[in-house]
Write a protein that binds this ligand. Structure first.
Ligand SMILES: [Zn+2]
Length: 491
């Protein structure tokens, strides 16, 4: 074992596992090629966790007041791939992943008032729907899913620590973070601070010492949820939630902090400032990862723009794996143009892979391990497009290789696709998803009759049977091993 690394002192740290100042923690090494683009460094860096036996990742989650649009699920799916990759490298129990839920918010209050329902009824309902959609998209449940309303003690404790550390001040029932207290403020977002502030339309208020200072605690308006605090009854600001939830679930600092690129400023900048000033840890997160937007045409996809595609609705029309594939075809950092053709293409890609598996039903796979080429692609800052190309290359080997190559390719295809959250369905069921038993029997009889007509070169009869199948919404695909079929997606 290598020599220990000294731990920086962080007085007043709330983290139970915090080592005393001056202590050393053992440094373990594991060879690993994973490199991640770090927003803070503005460069790809080799990923080295602080402790390979306790790798920590936090991703900012949704505000639960409505069904989530598909854009909300891009970070869910992207960071799920990273979670799965980290679990593969470090072991399933060695990776701790927290993804929070914001359940204190003006939009939630408005929704509850509109429905005349308690706030918790609204948040519980949409959190359940969100988790159901995420599971259908193949996302593993995070290790922790903290909720702001259930983290209130830790939030209030962290605000108190910031006040004691002279990094926050109380004014007119509010507590504000003093951005002057943190010399590195603005380093994460990197652009000139006044520009960022102008872009984010920072609220100017008489109780602020500096326009960039942000709210940690504020009085509740009538009808809003309210908690007691040393600064009067009120509710937390948004940014402090995440820092307190990280401290409570994972402990600061963490290895990886993720979220959408729109969160870099002010949310993540503010999280970092308050986290460092509360714990006196020099680093808040060792790697900052941000995914690009999902675009609908030229516009950013957001509820406020109104161009909404709810994942909940899409999942009724398409298999979860097809939507997941569509969300992963482009590099996670680049914007992704979202449209119906993207999902259709994704489904056709999965058809090719499932088709290869179905035709190789009698091939016994070797051990189901991801291929070296597949891992190399994901190790390169989650290059999912290259990883998908590797899946097709493995499928081609499975179709065209020698008997030995086929066994190996099948194992590697299942291992690689499985790591990425694909090919979880039975190939037969994939193509027949949605057909009830009676309809399925009728379709299969028609497909068999058409196959027979083709073998007998009775083309008029084969065409007639195809027309009958088309009328039933069935698409027939002719291949070397006979015809396969599937139901078309409803229009
Ligand atoms: Zn956050």
């Amino acid at each position: 074992m290598a020599a220990g690394v000294p731990v920086a002192s962080h007085p007043g740290c709330l983290y139970m596992g915090c080592p005393p100042s001056g202590a050393t923690v053992p440094q373990r090494k594991r060879s690993m090629a994973l490199a991640l683009y770090d927003t803070m460094a503005r460069a790809k860096r080799p990923f080295v966790p602080r402790d390979p036996e306790r790798v920590t990742m936090y991703v900012c989650g949704p505000t639960v007041y409505n069904f989530a649009h598909v854009g909300n699920f891009r970070p869910v799916v992207v960071f799920d791939v990273l979670f799965r990759l980290l679990r593969h490298v470090y072991g399933e129990d060695a990776v701790l992943y927290a993804a929070n839920v914001t359940d204190v918010d003006d939009k939630i209050n408005a929704r509850a008032a509109e429905e005349g329902a308690p706030i918790e009824a609204v948040t519980d309902r949409y959190l359940a729907a969100y988790n159901e959609d995420a599971a259908q998209l193949g996302a593993l449940a995070p290790t922790f899913q903290p909720r702001a309303t259930r983290t209130m003690d830790a939030i209030i404790a962290m605000i108190g620590q910031l006040v004691r550390n002279n990094a926050a001040y109380a004014a007119e029932g509010h507590v504000l973070f003093d951005t002057q207290a943190y010399a590195d403020y603005g380093q994460l977002s990197g652009r000139p601070l006044d520009e960022m502030i102008a872009g984010a339309r920072v609220e100017v208020a008489p109780y602020k010492q500096n326009p960039a200072d942000f709210v940690l605690w504020k009085p509740s308006k009538p009808g809003e949820p309210v908690w007691e605090s040393p600064w009067g009854p009120g509710r937390p600001g948004w940014h402090i939630e995440c820092s307190a939830m990280i401290e409570q679930t994972l402990g600061l600092p963490i290895d990886i902090h993720g979220g959408g690129v729109d969160l870099v400023f002010p949310h993540h900048e503010n999280e970092r400032a308050q986290g460092v000033c509360a714990t006196h840890e020099p680093t808040y997160a060792h790697y900052w990862l941000h995914n690009g937007f999902l675009n609908f045409g030229e516009e950013k996809m957001s509820k406020s723009v109104g161009n909404v595609a709810l994942a909940h609705d899409l999942l009724r029309r398409y298999p979860g794996e097809a939507i997941r594939w569509a969300l992963l075809v482009g590099h996670y950092r680049a914007p992704l143009e979202w449209n119906g053709e993207l999902i259709e293409q994704a489904r056709r890609s999965l058809d090719r892979l499932y088709g290869a598996l179905r035709r190789a039903a009698d091939v016994a796979p070797e051990s189901e391990q991801p291929s070296a080429g597949f891992l190399a692609a994901l190790d390169d800052d989650l290059n999912t497009a290259a990883a998908m190309a590797e899946l097709f290359a493995l499928a081609a080997k499975l179709e065209n290789g020698s008997a030995e190559e086929k066994r190996r390719a099948k194992g590697e295809l299942l291992g690689s696709a499985g790591l990425m959250g694909f090919l979880a369905a039975d190939p037969e069921q994939w193509f027949q998803g949605g057909a009830d038993e009676g309809l399925k029997g009728r379709i299969e009889a028609l497909v068999a009759a058409r196959d027979l007509a083709r073998r007998e070169k009775d083309w008029p009869e084969a065409d007639r049977l195809r027309a009958e199948l088309t009328a039933l919404g069935v698409e027939v695909m002719d291949g070397p091993a006979g015809a396969t079929w599937r139901l078309k997606a409803p229009a």
